[in-house]
Write a protein that binds this ligand. Structure first.
Ligand code: ZN
Ligand code: ZN
Ligand code: FE
Length: 754
């Protein structure tokens, strides 16, 4: 008995070769019907027997393309209205506001790499792509995902490409960015002396020569420009640092393949899987052999990635180099450059070669960063290869716009039952970054046909995101909810894992606006999705000079010693030598008088103080520099702890007693750093055990940027696991302030539901 089955598939099913896959599945099974791309998913109609229908639905999930992700399949049975003679692919059309997913950008696939060698019209064609790979989010202007809605719309397909595009059996059937040597985008090289060329082979050999000679190349990539140099050439790295005005922060390195990468770095199977996945993020890995001086001074880890564009493969082959620094093309703290003219005027005079291409970037994306902690991938920076993949919830989020935080800003939209998180944006205090934030917000609203009906932002009155929220609330006359920063941190983890019950939340970060006007950042909450109670926190200390203190770890060293020991503060001699007695005295005075000296319970500032006392870092030149260096210098294999006050586990006195004593006894700084991590982890474990008992709860949520510290996190989660305390730490969204928008949205969704 043949019926008609209307099958609706939701998930990541657009722009990933899903329709041709459905077509092949249906035709292989000799089914009649059609498949249709709609902006609310993929719709399939088949005329089949019940058992054929079952096999077909099963086949959808078992044989789907790698990148595709099926969220729901709904099947509706109907009588056959009109028998169809075959199976066909219907043209896309718009349906309603319930848009479906946009695929993130996908690294060039192996088959395309093969075609680069063998397919006549694509021999060494650097913009090759297929239904399973290539640019997606970065080139999309409008939904549904079809060529006219992308920045490829200006390129007219040649007859050969068009034939492939329309042939359902072809690997490039409906590959929207399809292109070849005859019809697609091309690279364009510029030199300072006015020389230009569009000859790809010449561009490649010139780039290779410059890189081999220690020069710097600006190359337009997928989501923006990159600056590239030989990672094994110290002088080249110095120059790159000058150009970028980035003097210390480590650079990410691209290796040609896994074997070369493994020569320099230790890599576990899971890390190998992540680094070579279609998302191709940067993965933080432990150094086995020094790559080059100046890449990651003070670090034992390197941000490593593999080629994801054809030009990367060609560049390694032509230059025969083993490791390339591949960093975002921008200067200072500005966003990565995407526009050809802006990049040309900004970078041409700085670099040795400037190479752009004529495929516009619609959505800027940086390289994403992942590290493995507790045998799970943990994303640190979420952008290329991940954005705009949503997070699914069990309840409605429609119309909620969460504006996020400020330092690591990202916003989020609520659509249907999903949270769509923006790409990584950066620090809104930078004007250019703020403009990027506004532009991305406009784009997301347009792309996802989103109109804000409910706003949520941080409680901090001065964040630019808060100010914007206030303006929008006024302009659209819609409600605005303000959420405490650390509650949002905790809620972000709860959102990712669908937690709704009360939890103990350990929220450790640099800065968050507290309810008492103090600067929080070492918080233990009892909370759920709607309310929280602060049940413990790191002791308050003065933040001498306010924001300035976050840039100057040494000020925090003075603050802690003064708070703990008062007038008996006994600074290490080396500390006094470095900073000068009068400077120290000035800060002490500031604290005594309480001028511009708010109180803080920030964990970030505690790391700062310790790093400075140990002579590791007195001034932060980038966010969390001192804390990162303190983690990196810590030695393995040391298990001792400083004593812990069991009545008051977060008391810091014995910690500082121990550090100062060890330092005076000339215990190596690497050992003290290690003992500090052990002690902090033990303090946290103690307070968690205490609170789990008194609050009668069993679930612990860990969040905040401090959990990017792999050493501390590993220590703590191992001990929690040993004690059978279940813990949650974000994996798919960052634990830093990139998560704030997600947490805000999760909290608002419940409030809105009433
Ligand atoms: Zn491909
Ligand atoms: Zn073509
Ligand atoms: Fe935070």
């Amino acid at each position: 008995m043949i019926s008609q089955y209307n099958i609706h598939i939701k998930g990541l099913v657009q722009g990933v070769g899903f329709r041709p896959f459905v077509y092949r599945l249906a035709t292989d099974m000799h089914l009649h019907g059609y498949v249709d791309n709609r902006n609310d998913g993929v719709f399939v109609m088949i005329q089949a027997t019940p058992s054929q229908k079952d096999d077909f639905v099963k086949g959808l999930t078992t044989h789907k393309p790698d990148v595709a992700e099926i969220e729901t399949v709904t099947v509706l049975e109907k009588p056959v209205s009109k028998p169809l003679p075959d199976f066909f692919i219907a043209p896309s059309r718009e349906v309603d506001n319930h848009i479906t997913r946009i695929s993130p950008d996908i690294a060039v696939c192996d088959e395309c790499l093969q075609d680069l060698i063998s397919q006549p019209h694509r021999i060494r064609y650097p913009f090759i792509n297929c239904t399973h790979c290539g640019p997606r989010f970065s080139i999309i202007n409008a939904l549904p995902y079809d060529r006219p809605g992308t920045t490829m719309s200006v390129f007219r397909m040649c007859p050969e490409c068009e034939a492939e595009y329309t042939d359902v059996r072809d690997r490039r059937f409906h590959a929207q960015p399809i292109a070849c040597n005859h019809c697609g985008p091309h690279y364009h090289l510029f030199m300072k002396n006015g020389y230009e060329t569009v000859d790809y082979e010449e561009i490649l050999s010139r780039m290779a020569a410059v890189l081999r000679q220690g020069g710097v190349v600006a190359l337009k990539g997928l989501g923006g420009f990159n600056l590239i140099c030989n990672a094994e050439n110290e002088k080249a790295i110095c120059r790159l640092r000058e150009i970028k005005k980035r003097y210390k922060k480590p650079f990410a390195v691209m290796f040609p393949d896994v074997p070369t990468l493994s020569h320099y770095l230790n890599i576990l199977p899971l890390e190998k899987e992540i680094v070579s996945s279609w998302r191709r993020p940067i993965v933080l890995l432990e150094e086995k052999q020094k790559i080059g001086t100046g890449i990651n001074d003070g670090y034992k880890t390197v941000g490593a990635m593999l080629p994801y564009l054809p030009v990367h493969y060609h560049l390694f082959a032509s230059s025969e180099l083993k490791a390339l620094v591949m960093t975002s093309g921008n200067r200072g703290d500005n966003p990565i450059l995407t526009d050809n003219d802006a990049a040309l005027s900004d970078l041409l005079r700085e670099v040795d070669l400037f190479v752009e291409h004529n495929r516009d970037i619609s959505n800027r994306v940086d390289d994403s960063i992942v590290q493995v902690v507790g045998e799970q991938p943990r994303i640190i920076r979420r952008s290329r290869g991940f954005t705009p993949e949503p997070l699914s919830l069990k309840f409605d989020t429609e119309g909620i716009l969460a504006l996020g935080a400020e330092r690591v800003s990202m916003f989020a939209l609520g659509k249907d039952k999903e949270i769509i998180l923006s790409q990584y944006i950066g620090d809104l205090k930078n004007r250019e970054t703020y403009l990027f934030y506004r532009e991305a917000l406009d784009k997301f609203c347009l792309l996802f046909r989103f109109t804000p009906r409910y706003l949520v932002c941080d409680a901090h009155p001065d964040y630019f995101s808060t100010q914007l929220a206030l303006q929008l609330a006024q302009r659209f006359q819609i409600p605005l909810l303000r959420v405490q920063h650390h509650h949002a941190h905790a809620a972000a983890v709860m959102a990712e894992y669908g937690l709704t019950e009360d939890v103990i939340a350990v929220c450790l970060d640099g800065t968050g606006y507290g309810d008492d006007g103090c600067i929080w950042g070492g918080e233990i909450f009892r909370c759920n999705q709607s309310e929280y109670r602060r049940i413990a926190h790191l002791p308050y200390v003065p933040l001498p000079g306010g924001d300035a203190a976050a840039k100057s770890p040494w000020r925090m060293a003075v603050s802690y010693l003064k708070s703990i020991y008062g007038s008996k503060a006994d600074y290490p001699e080396t500390f006094i030598e470095r900073l000068g007695e009068s400077h120290i005295r000035q800060i002490e005075m500031l604290i005594e008088k309480g001028v511009n000296t708010p109180l803080t319970s920030s964990t970030g500032r505690l790391f700062d103080a310790v790093a400075s006392l140990l002579g590791i870092c007195d001034e932060n030149t980038y966010q969390a520099e001192a804390a990162a260096l303190l983690e990196q210098i810590a030695e393995n294999g040391i298990s001792r702890c400083y004593p812990i006050n069991s009545d008051n586990p977060l008391d810091l006195r014995s910690l500082f007693d121990g550090i100062l004593k060890d330092y005076r006894l000339s215990v190596p700084v690497s050992e003290i750093a290690s003992v500090f991590h052990n002690t902090l982890s033990a303090m946290l474990l103690n307070i968690i055990i205490q609170k789990v008992k008194t609050e009668r709860l069993t679930t612990v949520v860990l969040s905040g940027g401090v959990f990017q510290n792999k050493r501390l996190t590993n220590l703590l989660i191992k001990q929690l696991a040993n004690r059978k305390i279940s813990y949650y730490l974000s994996s798919r969204i960052p634990c830093n302030d990139g998560a704030i928008a997600v947490g805000q949205l999760y909290i608002a969704a419940l409030k809105k539901r009433g």
